[in-house]
Design a protein around this ligand. Structure first.
Ligand code: OAD
Length: 255
């Protein structure tokens, strides 16, 4: 795929930006081999309904199905490596005085790529919690019941992710909305902007007069209001953004 051209005025906006906020979704991990949710054929929801797998009711109804589905996803994530898109965001972090990387993803690939401050809105698939006490459980007998039981109270264990209908971590959501309200530039990468409250963030940034940039091969509900739409895979567009900034720095002799 040819390197996408990044508009000069966007480079200029970024070079003068002090505060940058980024929201990522499953699309940024697609090039690492982690399935997205809503892509028509490859998406996880192509074969299951969210209501059947990612809700407290689904877990209460069939804890073994839900546990096994997350074990399968954990296996995919464990084999995945951060891609050039994750690496590019990790590189950009050091450039801005105020950088807030907000992710809906639970695959921890941003941290593994070197991003130091990650606001994980939907939790971390690698964490396991007691479904009743909410405490973290680090290990369990491999040959025990499925799902495994909490060693303290005997309740079933669950993944440390946010399910539909559950509250997002309050501190994370407060940080995310404050960043969206105060940023100069908001990058929205690899998300269908369909699941709230995360999907509200780029619209909050837009209402607060930030420059909103959408990076996604497909159009989304955000596309009509984005100031820039960089149509392409994150693993190509984000490195091109880093390269364009570096070239502009070289021409002017300063970062
Ligand atoms: P989706 O699967 O809804 O959307 C993925 C988006 O990434 C789509 O708009 C794709 O066009 C785009 N995409 C695909 N490949 C891409 C690539 N290489 N580079 C950039 N974009 C690409 O996933 P999310 O928007 O993350 O929540 O879904 C939001 C939430 O819905 C998830 O966090 C999860 C899900 O249910 C919970 O489970 C609570």
């Amino acid at each position: 795929m040819p390197n996408p051209t990044i508009p000069d005025e966007l480079i200029c906006r970024l070079r003068h930006a002090e505060r940058v906020a980024v929201l990522t979704g499953a699309g940024i991990s697609a090039e690492s081999g982690v399935p997205t949710f809503r892509d028509a054929v490859t998406g996880l929801w192509a074969h299951y309904r969210p209501e059947d797998l990612a809700t407290p009711e689904a877990y209460a109804r069939d804890p073994q199905l839900v546990w096994n589905w997350y074990q399968w996803r954990r296996g995919l994530v464990a084999q995945a490596q951060p891609n050039a898109g994750h690496m590019a965001l990790a590189q950009l972090e050091a450039r801005f005085p105020a950088w807030t990387l907000i992710t809906q993803n639970v695959d921890n690939l941003h941290r593994r790529a070197g991003s130091r401050h990650v606001v994980a809105l939907h939790g971390d698939i690698a964490r396991t919690l007691c479904s009743v006490e909410g405490i973290e459980v680090a290990d369990w007998p491999a040959d025990g019941p499925v799902p495994p039981r909490c060693p303290h109270c005997g309740a079933g264990l669950r993944p440390g992710v946010v399910w539909f209908g559950e509250d997002l971590p309050h501190a994370a959501i407060d940080t995310a909305f404050r960043a969206a309200e105060t940023c100069d530039v908001f990058l929205c990468v690899g998300t269908s902007t369909l699941v709230y409250p995360a999907a509200e963030l780029p619209f909050v940034a837009h209402r607060h007069r930030a420059c909103v940039v959408e990076i996604n091969p497909d159009e989304t509900p955000l596309s009509p209001v984005a100031d820039y739409r960089l149509a392409g895979p994150a693993g190509v567009v984000l490195p091109a953004l880093v390269e364009a900034l570096a070239m502009a720095d070289a021409v002017t002799g300063q970062a």
